[in-house]
Design a protein around this ligand. Sequence first.
Ligand SMILES: CC(C)(COP(=O)(O)OP(=O)(O)OC[C@H]1O[C@@H](n2cnc3c(N)ncnc32)[C@H](O)[C@@H]1OP(=O)(O)O)[C@@H](O)C(=O)NCCC(=O)NCCS
Length: 235
Amino acid sequence: MVNRGAAALDDPVGASLLGHHAHLARRLGRAAAYLPGVATFAAVTAGPDASEWADLGRLLGRGQVADMFSSPATPPPDWEPVFVLEGRQMIWSGGGRSGRPSAGTGTTGVVELGADSVPEMLGLVGRARPGPFWPRTRELGTYLGVRDHGRLVAMAGERLRPPGWTEISAVCTAPEARGRGHAARLVGALVARITARGERPFLHVAEANSGAIALYERLGFETRKQVTFRGFRTP
Ligand SMILES: CC(C)(COP(=O)(O)OP(=O)(O)OC[C@H]1O[C@@H](n2cnc3c(N)ncnc32)[C@H](O)[C@@H]1OP(=O)(O)O)[C@@H](O)C(=O)NCCC(=O)NCCS
């Protein structure tokens, strides 16, 4: 495990909503959440009191899912748990394994995905299931893709942006196009973009996704900490 100068990574949603993604945020008091369609993630400050949870409840509305991402904050008892998922946060350390170039396997065939690609991106996500992705998620950063005869077969993009860091997310390859290095190339291209502007890449992955974890380790990512993703229904 590593833990270097990364305090912003302990509240990546809140830090993004207050900073780089403020234009995509809705806020009430100290509670904050992404706009609908961008992301379901919400944030409270460290050690939130009852009034802050009440603000978040009002912000999201009754009976809505408060997707608290990796926040360890526990809401009041009448916030019903909706999901719990074990995962890990990994940060790019600049190294790589197996004697291969780390996250730098060339960018041949990698293209930037514009707003007109969103229907295809949603289609690919529906088949490859990399995790949450919504119609406006693309607005969080740059999304890259690989096309095969014009058809989108792989993608990856930038999501959370706490100060000094950019999260790589939505890494996925269509089942029939796997094992050809598309994901490695896309992650490599994103790492290059992120480091070129002086930031460090990080990402989150489900603990059960051992294939993706192995891929990320080979590309130079290492585990910073275990996290638990949790969602609750607002009263
Ligand atoms: C994980 C995923 C993106 C990899 O895509 P890909 O384009 O096949 O990846 P690459 O071809 O770049 O694979 C790179 C290496 O990882 C290995 N690898 C990829 N997926 C793997 C898996 N599920 N299990 C074990 N190894 C895997 C490949 O064998 C390859 O190794 P090699 O180069 O030594 O042969 C793809 O399997 C996928 O879309 N999975 C479902 C969505 C997902 O889980 N995304 C990650 C969310 S955090």
